[in-house]
Design a protein around this ligand. Structure first.
Ligand SMILES: Nc1nc2c(ncn2[C@@H]2O[C@H](COP(=O)(O)OP(=O)(O)OP(=O)(O)O)[C@@H](O)[C@H]2O)c(=O)[nH]1
Ligand SMILES: [Mg+2]
Length: 449
């Protein structure tokens, strides 16, 4: 019996397989006028994705097209040519860089030998997510995305998966007159509903655990950015979080949160989040909603960029698009230009000139981290006000919370309790309301407290 939360993968076992066992992939890209990414850049990213998924690229085909062919995306002559090459090369998967409509995919599948899988960038990314998801929530999210992707494509490539997952013999269990396809669709819809339900449950449990573990009202910093930018390395450097980090795409999918005390004494939380990529499948964005909420619910977003990559500008644009999509574009943001240790001095200077608002850092060597932390402090202090509270001794928890979560300027033990002068955010001020001393601290002269 397979665990219902385990996602199915299309491309076998991942990169750990022996070279000769790896599936052989052929890439297909369409060269369009006015595309925002040059084709070769997009294809080299696709090749990295294929490699991460555990297959090996044996050939790449491109076609220049003003308009995509509605039936097969590329021209029918090109399809025939590729089909012949695929046979000759013994390739078993054809990966299209562009998204294929369900009918295009079906037509293409017919054009290739039966044993050849036809997939697009979206399916490939889903596959990598399936390989890398480690937590139950992550796996459920991937399964949800896979099934949503599968639903309009049931006739095509994942039909065999659909029937396998349903325990085989699907048709035999249903009355006559109902087509196999309708049955399959109904089953997939049912499965989507049940995964959603399970996800809600897991999410609820996680929220309760988090509530117990981390202080609410603490300034929340989300580390977001393109895949492979160095987000996990940054969290590990700062908080010794032990998050898996590797030179591959989508190394970490699950978010990790750590409490962190800034050099100014202020406690914040830092959260590493799932990486972005150009054309991040919308099914994944929807399915990873709860993970992505870590970003949209943050007080500050550190947008980490691989400053040593030639594609940095495009990565920034792609990330901004997704931040917009998830409703996080209006949040305060710091552009973090990472991996400057891999650049020469003049290149770092040029980078700083190109992005004057950014902070140049190396999550590997620690260079620039102090400045980054100052920027975080500055953002955290933006909505803070100096207040004065008098906490009775029998409410000791409130005083210790003040020390844990706020920047305390002074503390005096008086007859009526502990008198504290502290910087508190709006949310924290609300929680201290019962203990507020009349007037605000700045007016009553905090410095002589
Ligand atoms: N030279 C250099 N390499 C770095 C730096 N930061 C991260 N890396 C490397 O970049 C690769 C990706 O780093 P990760 O921290 O896994 O990146 P990520 O943003 O978490 O990536 P995903 O989880 O895949 O989205 C790893 O091989 C890191 O060792 C840095 O400051 N300098
Ligand atoms: Mg990571």
């Amino acid at each position: 019996m397979i665990d219902s939360s385990t996602p199915v993968t299309l491309l076998g076992s991942g990169p750990q397989g022996l070279d000769e066992q790896r599936e052989r992939a052929v890439l297909v890209g369409v060269d369009r006028p006015h595309a925002d990414w040059p084709l070769e850049v997009s294809l080299s990213e696709l090749e990295r994705l294929v490699d991460t998924a555990g297959a090996k690229v044996v050939a790449t085909f491109t076609q220049r097209l003003a308009q995509p062919n509605p039936r097969t995306l590329i021209g029918s002559g090109k399809v025939e040519q590729i089909a012949a090459e695929v046979r000759m090369l013994g390739a078993n998967v054809v990966v299209f860089d562009d998204e294929l409509s369900p009918s295009q995919q079906q037509n293409l599948e017919r054009a290739f030998d039966k044993s050849v899988k036809v997939i697009d960038r979206t399916a490939l990314i889903l596959d990598i997510f399936a390989l890398h998801a480690t937590t139950k929530e992550g796996r459920l999210q991937v399964r949800l995305a896979q099934n949503q992707y599968l639903l309009p494509r049931l006739r095509g490539m994942w039909a065999h998966l659909a029937s396998n997952r349903m325990g085989g013999g699907v048709g035999s269990r249903f009355g006559e007159g109902e087509s196999q396809l309708e049955v399959d669709r109904r089953m997939v819809r049912k499965r989507i509903t049940s995964i959603r339900r399970e996800l809600e449950h897991v999410k609820g449990v996680r929220a309760v655990q988090r509530e117990g573990r981390l202080e609410s009202g603490v300034f929340k910093v989300a580390i977001a950015g393109y895949t492979n930018a160095g987000k996990s390395t940054l969290l590990n450097h700062l908080a010794d979080a032990g998050v898996y980090s590797d030179d591959k795409l989508f190394a970490t999918l699950d978010s990790t949160t750590r409490r962190y005390v800034l050099p100014d004494g202020r406690a914040v939380t830092l959260t590493d989040t799932v990486g972005f990529i150009k054309k991040l499948p919308t099914t994944l964005v929807e399915a990873f909603r709860s993970t992505l909420d870590e970003i949209s619910g943050a007080d500050l977003v550190l947008q980490v960029v691989d400053g040593s990559s030639d594609e940095m500008g495009r990565h920034i644009e792609a990330v901004e698009e997704i931040l917009d999509q998830i409703g996080a574009s209006a949040l305060p943001r710091v552009l973090v230009l990472n991996k400057v240790d891999a650049l020469g001095e003049t290149a770092v200077e040029a980078l700083a000139r190109r992005y004057p608002h950014g902070v140049c850092i190396s999550a590997r060597t620690g260079q620039g981290i102090a400045e980054l932390l100052e920027r975080v402090s500055l953002a955290a202090s933006a909505d803070e006000e100096l207040i004065e509270v008098l906490v009775p001794y029998d409410a000791g928890e409130v005083a210790s919370r003040a020390h844990r979560t706020c920047r305390v300027v002074s503390e005096r033990f008086e007859e009526g309790g502990t008198r504290l002068t502290l910087f508190a955010s709006k949310e924290q001020r609300y929680r201290f309301t019962p203990y507020l001393v009349d007037g605000d601290a700045s007016a009553s002269g905090a410095s002589d407290a």
